[in-house]
Ligand binder design. Structure first.
Ligand SMILES: [Zn+2]
Length: 345
């Protein structure tokens, strides 16, 4: 089968690899009907040191179950499923608490040892009963783009909003206008935010953010952006900040625009070693929360809004490519020519 492998920064290849197959009896094999390229895939694309073996890429997919191991009971051949970016057993203490990304037996697609990537024709799903979410739909439906976002970006935007304590009447800021930031706007609106300020600079993304519910746009950076957000939010900053970038600059902006007693929900994979501005963060009683989204635990809550058309996160996809064009897809996202690229193997 064909699959995507990155060998070093800027070097993404689609190659022939052995077919995905059942290794453990709790596995399933999913034929990928749609996958995508994630903003977090751009980190290795920018800075991965050269390797001989490479790393299999892709952690977002929807698809159809082709085979299951003898211990799989809840998922069966032919099911149309969402694959969350992390696998989880659904049975341990953290899965029961809804934090499936901390599953004791779990791990991450396209990252954990021995687990493949989703930018491929098929993928082996460990712990299939706990991991896969069976959709009550056929694979050829009009909602595929939005369903695909339930494997990561929409659920991650929701996680940012929850950990930033978004609720009715809250003033919210979203740092970053990538797909996760845009889904964060959807999530903040869905949870009843009063004001949603998007910090972003790309005209097409800003336009989409406004359609998703952003009430204000701040396109400045650094201190200018902070001043602007304070002014827009009545002088004290916002209650809730969704940080979807992961750089030190973005995090510094996030804590600087949070009002006393507010919270930052960070979902951008951090590329800093210490949280900036710890001292004002302490004196302002700011909660810093967030982390990898517990996607598997959120799908059931978000799915009805997708099915009934109340949210349309699939609109973040502005390019559709075949599997062999995946290297072009990385290039387009890295150059900000695409918001998010969908892959149709
Ligand atoms: Zn678990």
């Amino acid at each position: 089968m064909r699959a995507t492998i990155i060998y070093k920064a800027g070097d993404v290849r689609v190659e022939d690899v052995p077919d995905a197959s059942i290794i453990n009896q709790s596995d399933a094999i999913v034929r990928v009907t749609r996958a995508c390229i994630c903003g977090s895939d751009l980190w290795p694309y920018k800075d991965m040191p050269p390797t001989l073996t490479g790393r299999k890429m892709g952690h977002e997919a929807i698809g159809v179950v082709e085979a299951v191991g003898s211990e799989v009971n809840k998922v069966k051949k032919g099911d149309f499923v969402v694959m969350p970016f992390a696998f989880s057993d659904g049975q341990c203490t953290f899965c029961h608490e809804g934090l499936t990304t901390s599953c004791i037996q779990g791990g991450f697609f396209g990252y954990s040892e021995g687990v493949g990537g989703a930018q491929a024709e098929a993928i082996r799903i460990p712990l299939a009963d706990g991991t896969l979410f069976v959709l009550p739909l056929r694979e050829d439906n009009a909602l595929v783009a939005s369903l695909l976002t339930l494997s990561d970006v929409m659920a991650t935007g929701h996680h940012a909003a929850l950990t930033a304590k978004v609720g009715p009447g809250k003033k919210v800021a979203v740092v970053g206008d990538g797909a996760v930031g845009l889904c964060g706007v959807i999530a903040a609106k869905r949870l009843g935010a009063d004001q949603i300020i998007l910090l972003g600079r790309h005209p097409n993304r800003i336009a989409l953010a406004k359609e998703f519910g952003a009430t204000d746009i701040v396109s400045q950076r650094g201190e200018e952006a902070v001043e602007r957000v304070l002014k827009l939010s009545g002088g004290y900053g916002v209650h809730c900040v969704l940080e979807s970038v992961g750089t030190e600059e973005a995090m510094l902006t996030a804590v600087s625009i949070t009002r006393p007693g507010g919270a930052v929900g960070r979902v951008g994979v951090p590329h800093y070693s210490t949280i900036p501005a710890w001292e004002p963060t302490f004196y302002k009683n700011i909660t810093i929360s967030g982390g990898p989204a517990a996607v598997r635990a959120y799908i059931a809550e978000l799915l009805p809004d997708v099915i009934e058309g109340r949210i349309q996160p699939g609109r973040v996809f502005d390019q559709i490519i075949g599997l062999d064009s995946v290297p072009d897809g990385y290039r387009a996202m890295d150059k900000r020519e695409a918001i998010k690229v969908m892959v149709k193997p």
